[in-house]
Ligand binder design. Structure first.
Ligand code: BDR
Ligand code: CA
Length: 319
């Protein structure tokens, strides 16, 4: 069983990933922490509460940060053209959701949960790395107590998606991502190298919606706008970035990884670029020296991951 805290910026593909974690029998979802990214923090937090209510998720929601670790960084516009004005595909999410938030800020929730169960908690982070970086800053000792950190983020051997250099979750807070990659805890990066190959077709989503009841139908409604964004980028359907990170937690054998220290470029034209120094390769002295080796996903059995996602979202469905 994997005890998971899901750090997220819902977000259409975040919503699918949340339903995956909620349904998967090997996952014990112990908390949802929100971060800005696909929308402002008020919106992503409201969306997390909305999905908690609609899908009857027991895990508490703790609100996270509204801005980058370095507050001097300029805030980019929200990607409404990808996730809609409401962050959930313009389905008309109510303005407020009458459910309580956990009283703690997200980073404190993470620290408390990790310290309460040393060695047991997996952090799955699929938005900006800001909450994780702040948790590390406030309590560096948690690094040795976390089971693993699985992130959706980075573009290692492929172009980025915000700039040619950088992927959105890293580009949105490069200093935070660098702190997460260089901390002494095991990080697995599930980045664009593998997520861009993992495309759920319209037909596959329709089959899930048919087999998966009201929860899956809501997910299909939320996803329609996002599928529109992906027209012209993929042949048919949508890239399921954040669900790939969740799939890694329960089925790492469906991925291949490369080990080595990772640094994030902070500033300049390559702001947010993720660069790995593969273990065993020799270079001159560099800023990668003495940093922990982390795992970067370089390969994926995309068909098997999509089948796992389909089975999990709609348990009666056998892909
Ligand atoms: C990532 O950015 C967000 O738009 C998605 O939710 C995903 O986490 C993909 O680059
Ligand atoms: Ca996300």
């Amino acid at each position: 069983m994997h005890k998971v805290i899901f750090d997220t910026d819902p977000g259409v593909d975040d919503a699918m990933a949340l339903l995956f974690l909620h349904h998967h029998p090997d996952i014990d979802l112990i908390g949802i922490t929100t971060v800005f990214g696909n929308a402002a923090i008020e919106t992503t937090t409201r969306n997390a509460l909305f999905l908690k209510r609609e899908w009857q998720i027991a895990a508490p929601v703790a609100r996270g940060l509204a801005e980058t670790l370095d507050p001097a960084r300029p805030q980019a516009d929200w990607p409404t053209f990808i996730h809609g004005d409401d962050g959930l595909g313009n389905i008309g999410v109510p303005g407020t959701i009458d459910l309580p938030l956990d009283p703690r800020p997200a980073h404190r929730f993470i620290i408390d949960a990790v310290r309460a169960d040393p060695g047991a908690v997996t952090l799955v982070a699929v938005g900006r790395m800001t909450n994780l970086a702040l948790a590390l800053k406030e309590d560096p000792g948690i690094a040795g107590l976390v089971r693993q950190v699985v992130i959706m983020g980075g573009a290692f051997d492929v172009p980025g998606n915000v700039t040619p250099a950088a992927e959105a979750n890293i580009h949105g807070d490069p200093e935070a991502a660098d702190a997460v990659f260089t901390a002494p805890w095991p990080v697995v990066a599930v980045g664009l190298d593998v997520t861009m190959r993992t495309v759920m077709t319209r037909a596959a989503l329709a089959t899930i919606a048919e087999a998966g009841g009201a929860r899956a139908r809501l997910l299909a409604d939320i996803s329609a706008f996002y599928i529109g964004f992906y027209e012209g980028i993929v042949d048919d359907g949508m890239v399921v970035h954040d669900s790939c990170a969740c799939a890694y937690v329960v089925a790492p054998e469906l991925f291949s990884t490369r080990s080595g220290a990772v640094r994030v470029v902070c500033g300049g034209i390559a702001d947010g670029m993720t660069v790995q120094k593969p273990d065993g390769r020799r270079f001159g002295p560099s800023d990668w020296d003495g940093r922990p080796s982390q795992s970067v996903c370089t390969g994926i059995d995309a068909d098997a991951v999509l089948a796992l996602i389909a089975r999990t979202l709609a348990p009666s469905h056998r892909a």
